[in-house]
Write a protein that binds this ligand. Structure first.
Ligand code: NAD
Ligand code: MLT
Length: 549
């Protein structure tokens, strides 16, 4: 049974799901050394933002397969170190989007209308109406930095308040801004024009300190700043100075560079509204996050591919079912190609033909690479580690997209995987395999080394390169028959009559190594290779033992 450690608070509904599928321990607030001490027992770790999953913590997780962030931001997890170790990192985007968007607007309104201070004043026995005259969101310009899930929901709601919307997000097309009634502008323009700037982007090396003294000085005098995204994006000392000096009228923050925050120059300023990282803390959001975190962690441990994986190429929601046959086929083509090489490869090229958008080239490419590496180097490789392992082994991996010419009809979707051997190697040729899905969605091998074939992708395959001459096919068949190996099907591809040819024999029985050696001794055969594609690599990235290199 799997063992899961939950080291930050989690909704009871999520814990109940986990307990049905795994031995689950909830241990909140573990110091880092205690976490390191207990982690070797666990297959998965589930955290919110409090637990810092550093490279040292990950190194202690001898059997750790999955780290799940019950929430969006993974900046408290060393994702690169997890990837290097083959640990799948999941998050749960979606269930807390509305909570975060509503909190950003709640802070905005609280700030504009002085609600916390008015409340405190009234409780202190005062009735001060003049001191707390506020401002409206209506007809103000709201600058949204980061137009992702939360930024969009903020935009939709702010529109209902009658705000004008500006957006800065270099990674979304201007049409995405227009779709929510906003105008996309460069950062400095948004800062210069907005009455209120609200942040909804991730903390990354590029966004750390994005709003420092220079950018705060660029903001419209008397503007407001709201940060419900991540501490560290705003320089808090520079913000305190801008508020103190009157450049900004106010700021509302839910997130801080240091959490928990116990002291800050912002505490002494009247024009701030501060909450302790509460944006996602609605009952609804935590229920949703807990359920998604629990279900996806268990699915990943069972070896299923999940959509909310952070260190796997992104998957659109619902795209998985259509992708599975491509992943299987890519893995089989990779395996098949590796089996046809007589030495190590220097380069691998994964070619996508036709509408590769439907294929998810990054993930399917990783599956082809995994199949290729797993067979060729006998090392445990996962979809997560495939590119890292290839790089470590000096294998250059390229991708090529063929969409068809301007006048030609686009080719049917397909995959071509080609490997080139190092210059000067005995087998210095390029070898290729190509495949596609049939109408029923089954994987088919359609070419080997440029020879057209029509084979189901799977089963035990004997591949023989030979000269097209009488007697060759018979010699192979006779040897197999003498050794009690049953032939299920056979196909022959040739360049021309009596030219180079390949023979692909599908076998019912495994081909022992000594029989393969006997086959190689048959005159007129240049190569004979055997591969068992019957058990394609499973799609689940986390189901396999990790690369312990
Ligand atoms: P998302 O990934 O859907 O959206 C992030 C957007 O930021 C994307 O559109 C991306 O293109 C954009 N972006 C990335 N780098 C950028 C840059 N340099 N400049 C401008 N835009 C950039 O994420 P989301 O779910 O909308 O979450 C947004 C942020 O809110 C994240 O930091 C997340 O961790 C945080 N969050 C905080 C809380 C909380 O409790 N305070 C709750 C949920 C999410
Ligand atoms: C998130 O990124 O989802 C938030 O930080 C919410 C949380 O605290 O989990």
């Amino acid at each position: 049974m799997f063992k899961i450690l939950v080291s930050d608070p989690m909704a009871e509904a999520g814990l109940a799901i986990l307990r049905r599928g795994a031995a689950t321990d909830l241990r909140v607030g573990l110091p880092a050394d205690e976490l390191r001490r207990v982690l070797p027992d666990y297959d998965a770790l589930i955290v919110r933002s409090e637990t810092k999953v550093t490279a040292e913590i990950l190194a202690a997780g001898a059997r750790l397969r999955v780290v799940t962030r019950a929430g969006v931001g993974t900046d408290n997890i060393d994702v690169a170190a997890a990837t290097e170790r083959g640990v799948l990192v999941l998050n749960t985007p979606g269930p807390n989007t509305i909570a975060a968007a509503e909190h950003a607007l709640a802070l905005t309104l609280a700030l504009l209308r002085h609600i916390p201070r008015a409340d405190a004043s009234l409780r202190a026995g005062r009735w001060e109406r003049k001191a707390f005259v506020g401002r409206e969101l209506h007809r103000k310009t709201l600058g949204i930095l980061g137009l992702g899930r939360i930024g969009r929901e903020v935009a939709i709601r702010a529109r209902a308040f009658g705000a004008e919307l500006l957006v800065y997000d270099p990674f979304v097309p201007p049409a995405a801004a227009e779709a929510v009634g906003a105008r996309a502008l460069p950062l400095d323009d948004v800062l210069a024009r907005a009455d209120i700037v609200t942040l909804h982007l991730p903390l990354l090396p590029e966004t750390r300190g994005l709003l420092g003294a220079r950018e705060l000085a660029r903001m419209k005098p008397g503007a407001y700043l709201v940060n419900c995204a991540r501490g560290g994006i705003v320089d808090e000392d520079a913000l305190a100075d801008a508020l103190h000096g009157g450049q900004l009228a106010g700021a509302a923050l839910d997130v801080f560079a240091q959490e928990p925050l116990t002291a800050s120059p912002l505490f002494d300023l009247p024009n701030t509204v501060l909450t302790p990282h509460l944006a996602a803390s609605s009952e609804e959001a935590q229920l949703g996050v807990g359920i998604v975190a629990a279900e996806s962690t268990l699915a990943a441990l069972r070896g299923e591919l999940v959509e909310n994986a952070v260190n796997l190429p992104g998957l659109a929601p619902g795209a998985l079912a259509a992708l599975h046959p491509w992943l299987d086929l890519a893995g089989q083509l990779g395996q098949l190609l590796a089996a046809t090489l007589d030495g190590p490869a220097r380069e691998l090229e994964i070619g996508f033909q036709g509408d590769s958008a439907a294929i998810n080239s990054a993930l399917v490419g990783a599956a082809a690479l995994r199949g290729f590496l797993a067979a060729a180097v006998g090392e445990q490789v996962t979809l997560i580690t495939a590119r890292v392992v290839a790089e470590r082994r000096g294998l250059a991996v390229g991708e090529r997209f063929v969409r068809g010419g301007r006048d030609a009809a686009p080719p049917a979707p397909g995959l071509r995987v080609a490997a080139a051997a190092p210059a000067g190697a005995a087998d210095g040729h390029e070898h290729t395999v190509a495949g596609a899905l049939d109408e029923a969605g089954r994987g088919r091998i359609v070419a080997i080394d440029g020879f057209p074939v029509a084979l189901d992708a799977g089963g035990r395959l004997l591949l023989v390169a030979h000269r097209d001459q009488p007697g060759r096919i018979g010699a192979v068949g006779t040897l197999l028959g003498q050794r009690g190996i049953n032939i299920a099907a056979m196909q022959v591809g040739r360049s021309r009559v009596r030219g180079d040819a390949v023979m692909i024999v599908t076998l019912d029985d495994p081909l022992p190594r000594p029989v393969l050696e006997e086959m190689r001794a048959i005159t007129g055969l240049s190569h004979a290779h055997y591969v068992d594609l019957g058990a394609p690599p499973p799609n689940g990235a986390a189901s396999e033992p990790r690369d312990e290199e």
